[in-house]
Design a protein around this ligand. Structure first.
Ligand code: SAH
Length: 394
């Protein structure tokens, strides 16, 4: 197969030699051939040295690297990458076990497949392409998934309308690439979840909070819990299983609240400890009393771009300040940021200043991050995005 070639400017090969999986457009000297967005291209450095092969893109990231050695990107390639990822999830005891069938199978750069996300919910894979190259490869990827997962896999739902570059104008429509209409019950650490991958946010569920929810369960006994930004109610069921006295789930989306209620019924039918409210977070926090002694704040990404970082940090500060002010003495606060552009240090600073504002004595019990099925490629530190703190408030 003959590919178009991308030649880098002198000295711009450093990052690829250190296995960083992106080529920025500013690093390119010339392009041989006339690649279209989504095509496979080869990248060369000085003296015609082969550096990488990857998907060509229009934008500031010009190539997303699939391999640093000159191998064919064929069926065997996709099978091998997915096989390696699946083996890792088995090693993590997330796949092929009885009490869990919900995990991230492919986490982009973290699984050496930049631009691709695949989450597994029982027998359904939800595939999300973030690049045109991955969009073009979707059928090959679907075949590879079938080959690796065998009978475990009954449906593949492709959900990329919202994640593909808008300007590429691909007219991609969400839908099944394999199987079809099902309502699969996902199991996470023995708890059941109804996942709405068609209409829900992201791939339908926030798999990345699994371990943090487990930790919460450990602290829930006899506590009054507020799960703010609850979405499908993840943290709430762990709190209930952990023996919480009451659990209140709040989200501004009525759809999220109805999913939460459905999931409560699946796990704890008729349990009077749980109540759910469709309300804005700030409104609820302002008017609530000081009855909670375990609060979870897991807001959506306040900053999606660097230029709104300041506002985002203010947002985190304000949100946490109300929680510090109102949480009962001896209370525990689980607070998160999933904004990739907000660094761990910045998030900590925002939470610190909120704590100082409240004048309460606050100690850090745990520093949390994303779980192992969202691995961070050591050569791509940008892959780290989830940050959390568990705080003890006197
Ligand atoms: N904690 C959840 C994930 C939270 S995602 C889990 O474990 O699955 C963020 C949620 O915040 C979304 O469900 C979104 O509907 C909700 N949200 C966004 N803005 C909000 C606001 N102003 N007030 C309350 N909820 C909000």
């Amino acid at each position: 197969m003959k590919y178009c070639k991308v030649f880098l400017k002198p000295k711009k090969e450093e990052s690829l030699l250190r296995f960083h999986p992106w080529v920025f457009s500013g690093a390119i000297q010339s392009v041989e051939g006339d690649p279209e967005e989504g095509d496979l291209v080869e990248v060369y450095g000085a003296n015609q040295r082969f550096l990488a092969i990857g998907h060509y893109q229009i934008g500031s990231i010009a190539v997303r690297v699939l391999s640093f050695t000159p191998i064919p990107i064929d069926d065997a390639f996709w099978i091998e990458r997915i096989r390696i990822a699946y083996e890792l999830r088995k090693t993590l005891r997330l796949a092929g076990v009885e009490n869990n069938n919900t995990f991230r199978l492919i986490h982009g750069e973290g699984d050496n497949l930049p631009g691709l996300v695949i989450d597994m919910y029982a027998h359904t894979a939800v595939m999300q392409a973030h690049s045109v190259g991955m969009h073009y490869a979707r059928h090959q990827i679907a075949e590879a998934l079938k080959a690796v997962l065998g009978d475990t896999l009954q449906n593949i739902y492709y959900k990329s309308e919202a994640t593909l570059p808008y300007k590429a104008n691909l007219g991609s429509e969400d839908g099944y690439l394999f199987g079809g209409e099902v309502e699969d019950i996902a199991i996470e650490n023995g708890l059941k979840f109804c996942v709405d991958w068609q209409k829900g946010q992201k791939t339908g569920f926030f798999v990345d909070q699994r371990e943090n929810r487990s930790l919460l369960e450990h602290y829930a006994k006899d506590r009054s819990v507020l799960n703010m930004f609850c979405y499908t109610g993840g943290f709430s069921f762990y709190a209930m299983r952990g023996g919480a006295k009451v659990v209140h789930s709040v989200d501004s989306s009525a759809k999220a609240i109805s999913l939460t209620k459905k999931n409560v019924e699946l796990n704890f039918p008729g349990d009077p400890r749980h109540e759910a409210y469709a309300e804005d977070a700030f409104k609820y926090l302002e008017k609530m009393g000081s009855n909670y002694d375990l609060i979870i704040l897991d807001p959506p990404a306040f900053a999606k771009h660097k230029n709104v970082l300041r506002n985002a940090l203010q947002g985190y500060r304000k949100l946490n300040a109300i929680a510090f002010e109102k949480i009962k003495p001896g209370g525990i606060l689980f607070t998160f940021s999933c904004s990739q552009v907000v660094s761990k240090e910045n998030f900590r600073l925002a939470v610190f200043s909120a704590a100082a504002q409240s004048g309460r004595s606050v100690r850090i019990l745990h520093q949390l991050t994303q779980p192992a099925d969202h691995p961070v490629n050591i050569y791509h530190p940008e892959g780290e995005y989830l940050k959390g703190l568990v705080l003890y408030v006197e």
